[in-house]
Design a protein around this ligand. Structure first.
Ligand SMILES: *Cc1c(COP(=O)(O)O)cnc(C)c1O
Length: 324
């Protein structure tokens, strides 16, 4: 399992490689909600998403264990970019498998970091099978995007920072984008250690919410992958999921789904009202509050903005179509 000790070790291990991102007042969203709200601005992270934390923790601990053949990863884009950046920094070979649904801006960024990219799979699950085959063939270590203790511990460092920034006023509600559950699992492990009363809410998109459907079924299930503005949240959780299914079951208080229209409105709100570029998968927390699917009662709330990797043209089209 992943506990506070592993997360503290991760924090020290990755400190030289990652940005210690700030928590800032969410001025416009707070006004909309009539409550105190902050953003954890992980949009400022190197590579444009929090995934660098888990990837760096996994790669550095791999090197500590003496393995150096190189790594392979399957990704909806951001994990691949993070693994590639960490591998470049640590002088490791990186192979990244993505599906054709991954936006070109993300695939290009991965190539730009010197990784070998395979992008001919139809779905995330096909890309995962390809990555596993390459790992066997070339003797590389597979770095799972979420179902890996080092990755979860790395993502949990974000939770330690939220609690440190909050000081005596720990968030009463913490809203976190949810896909495979590495982020919310790590953050939950860190946060619940400090404050049991914090209500932890995971938000996924209506189109293919694999973890939410799995929790409802009581075991990991396959979902049909559909195109969504929240591209970084798509993909399955793995039928053989060994870690994050249980973490989400044990730590998450509520799970909420948001629609494509609500995600678009949230991205537009972030840009127009807050001056922030937020990708679809990272805007779901704002979407949950703007739409009223999550309401805030007592105490402050914190919304994790997990990444910024959206193509400018796509954001421009969303700004044009979403209601002001
Ligand atoms: C991967 C990702 C998530 C979801 O993280 P999980 O650990 O898979 O739940 C959320 N936001 C962004 C920007 C991501 O890249």
């Amino acid at each position: 399992m992943v506990g506070i000790d592993e997360i503290r070790v991760a924090q020290e291990r990755i400190a030289p490689y990652v940005v210690r991102t700030p928590t800032v007042p969410a001025t416009a969203l707070a006004a909309h909600c009539g409550a105190a709200v902050t953003y954890k601005l992980e949009t400022l992270q190197h590579t444009g998403s929090f995934k660098l934390r888990g990837a760096t923790n996994a790669l550095v601990s791999l090197l500590e264990r003496g393995s150096s053949n190189g790594v392979v990863a399957v990704s909806t884009g951001n994990h691949g970019r993070a693994v590639s950046a960490a591998a470049q920094r640590l002088n490791l070979r990186a192979v990244i498998c993505v599906s054709r649904l991954v936006p070109a801006i993300k695939t290009q960024a991965i190539r730009g970091l010197g990784a070998e990219v395979h992008d001919d799979s139809a779905t995330f699950d096909d890309a995962a099978a390809q990555a596993a085959a390459i790992a066997r063939r070339d003797g590389l270590t597979l770095i799972d995007p979420f179902d890996d203790a080092d990755v979860v511990a790395g993502q949990g460092t974000l939770g330690l920072e939220i609690m440190a920034d909050a000081g005596a006023t720990a968030p009463r509600t913490l809203i976190v984008p949810l896909s495979g559950g590495g982020l919310i699992g790590g953050v939950g492990a860190a946060v619940k250690q400090h404050c049991r009363d914090t209500r932890l809410i995971g938000v996924s998109m209506e189109r293919g919410p694999a973890m939410v459907m799995s929790q409802q079924a009581g075991h990991p299930v396959d979902v049909v992958e559909e195109p969504t503005l929240a591209d970084s949240l798509s993909g399955g959780i793995g039928l053989a999921n060994k870690l994050t299914f249980n973490l989400v079951r044990d730590l998450v208080d509520d799970m909420v789904l948001v629609s494509e229209t609500e995600i678009a409105a949230a991205m537009a709100f972030a840009c127009r009202a807050e001056g922030l570029v937020v990708e679809g998968g990272a805007a779901v927390g704002i979407a949950a509050l703007l739409s009223g699917r999550v309401t805030l009662d007592a105490g402050p709330a914190c919304v994790v903005l997990s990444g910024r990797n959206v193509a400018p043209d796509r954001l421009a089209a969303i700004l044009e179509s979403a209601a002001a």
